[in-house]
Design a protein around this ligand. Structure first.
Ligand SMILES: [Mn+2]
Length: 312
């Protein structure tokens, strides 16, 4: 971990809210309220910065961090009841962002909005994408009568159809419990790597992060898609679905520190303030966004291994 020598080496970020939960056809709706609540929680964390620096207790170090380098773009205007058109708006807005150097931190919204984020990166990237997907679920549903093709259950399936996101550079982390046998076959066909929550607990954060970096190495750009239900409901009760047996908040934060510098962007979805006693899930989502950004400040603005030109 190197210290930036000057401002020019510091990263800059944009926050983009997507307050849409019209794709939440199975889990509880309510994530439309998340972007404002997460911003509110983040403001408390920003307050701890002094003269462009912040004290990171986890590593007992003071590192550069300027809230001025985090620009809030506001929310994408919502098209109620139209997942496809809403997704178009998100993609259009993010394509503009991806043309510049700023790092998007996208705050959903339900998981249906993960696809338009990946699509924007795909459209603005030459070469293959990589994806680090943190989720209790696979999000690989092709279609169903109940959910159609663009719901919160399908974003990774749709992303794999874009062309330059291939299964061999996709890792799904924190998945658990039960799913369709047809999904098992699809994962094998596509060459997707699974790192179930059970395996994450067994091998630990460092090995899990090393695996994620290995799978995505050589991609022209890597997106980090975070569904807060990757966390155990004990840590994030306010999610779309309460899927037991997940990661701890500590594991998530340490994982983010390890992989953040290798990524181009992050999206955080499915935080649901309507079923979130004591604002616990909002706080953990805000802290995740903060750890992601601070980790990148700690690493400087240099592109991570996922972005560096070279063989791969
Ligand atoms: Mn999920």
């Amino acid at each position: 971990m190197t210290m930036p020598a000057s401002d020019a080496l510091q990263p800059s970020f944009v926050i983009l809210g997507v307050p849409f939960d019209g794709g939440a056809s199975l889990g509880s709706p309510g994530s439309r309220y998340a972007p404002e609540e997460i911003r509110r929680a983040m403001r408390w964390m920003f307050q701890r910065a002094q003269q462009g620096r912040i004290f990171v207790l986890d590593i007992d170090r003071v590192i550069p961090f300027s809230p001025e380098r985090v620009r809030d773009l506001g929310d994408v205007p919502v098209v109620a009841h139209d997942v496809a058109q809403m997704g178009e708006r998100v993609t259009v807005r993010l394509r503009e962002v991806f043309r510049g150097p700023e790092i998007p931190v996208v705050l959903g919204g339900d998981d249906s909005m993960t696809f338009p984020v990946i699509r924007a990166l795909h459209e603005e990237t030459r070469g293959e994408l990589g994806l680090i997907h943190l989720d209790a679920h696979l999000d690989l549903l092709d279609e169903s009568d109940l959910q159609g093709r663009l719901s919160q259950s399908s974003p990774i399936r749709r992303s794999l159809e874009l062309g330059r996101l291939r299964g061999r550079r996709v890792i799904q982390i924190g998945v658990r419990n039960f799913n369709f046998p047809s999904s098992h076959d699809f994962i094998r066909e596509q060459g997707i790597t699974l790192l179930p929550a059970r395996e994450f607990h067994r091998i630990g954060v460092e090995a899990a992060a090393a695996r994620a970096l290995e799978i995505t190495r050589g991609a022209a750009a890597v997106h980090l898609a975070l569904d807060v239900d990757v966390l155990d409901p004990a840590y994030a009760p306010g999610a779309g679905v309460a899927e037991p047996g997940g990661l701890t908040a500590r594991q998530l934060f340490d994982f983010l520190w390890a992989v953040a510098p290798a990524t181009r962007s992050i999206s955080i979805v499915e935080t649901n303030p309507l079923v979130d006693p004591r604002g616990q899930s909002v706080m953990v989502a805000a802290a995740a966004a903060m750890h992601y950004m601070v980790a990148r400040f700690a690493a400087g603005a240099s592109p991570g291994p996922g972005q560096s030109p070279g063989p791969g």
